[in-house]
Design a protein around this ligand. Structure first.
Ligand code: ZN
Length: 184
């Protein structure tokens, strides 16, 4: 589905009125338009070509991209949560460009999300595209809905993980991955 900018603009205007602001004052007058444009940009991260290479011979070592900076929005408060994602897979005759792993993270991050689902969706997409021997995704994030309100504990992080195939079944593989992402 594409973005209905008109609807967003109306809603943001109403929202501003709802919190007692004057949506026509100088600083806010363009805000509904800006937010609609912002979401158009977020939505655009869903579209990219997933190039897969199938001529990798017998390469079956772990491919790891760690410390992928990501930004997402919690679906309960529409406030950002952000941090680092670590993504790994063990190829089975198919690999993709490393930048595509970053693109997959962004594809699922720029929408109302919960961190658990985001982690699982990245893993599932890699499974679907590459049919690898295993996938591992670990995400560590700060949630502004926790930091800004309620318990106000900005030093706490939420960690989620999704492991499949060899990462789930083989302790040695799993430990190799965990050592790689925990080393500086
Ligand atoms: Zn939240």
């Amino acid at each position: 589905m594409s973005i209905d900018k008109e609807k967003i603009e109306k809603a943001i205007r109403l929202f501003l009125e709802g919190i007692g602001e004057d949506p026509d004052r100088e600083g806010l007058i363009e805000t509904p338009k800006r937010i609609a444009k912002l979401w158009e940009e977020f939505k655009s991260y869903e579209n990219f070509n997933m190039t897969v290479f199938e001529d990798v011979g017998d390469y079956d070592e772990m491919v790891v991209v760690k410390d992928i900076q990501f930004y997402s929005l919690c679906e309960h408060h529409l406030l950002p949560f952000f941090g680092k994602a670590h993504v790994a897979y063990i190829p089975d005759k198919k690999v993709c460009g490393l930048s595509k792993l970053v693109r997959i993270v962004n594809k699922f991050a720029y929408r109302p999300q919960v961190q658990e689902r985001l982690t699982a969706e990245i893993a599932e997409e890699l499974e679907k595209q590459l049919n690898p021997k295993g996938v591992a995704v670990v995400m560590k994030a700060e949630h502004l809905c926790m930091s800004m309100r309620g318990v106000k504990n900005p030093t706490s992080y939420t960690v989620t993980s999704k492991l499949t195939g060899a990462f789930k079944e083989n302790e040695k593989t799993r430990n190799e991955f965990l050592n790689l992402i925990n080393s500086k």
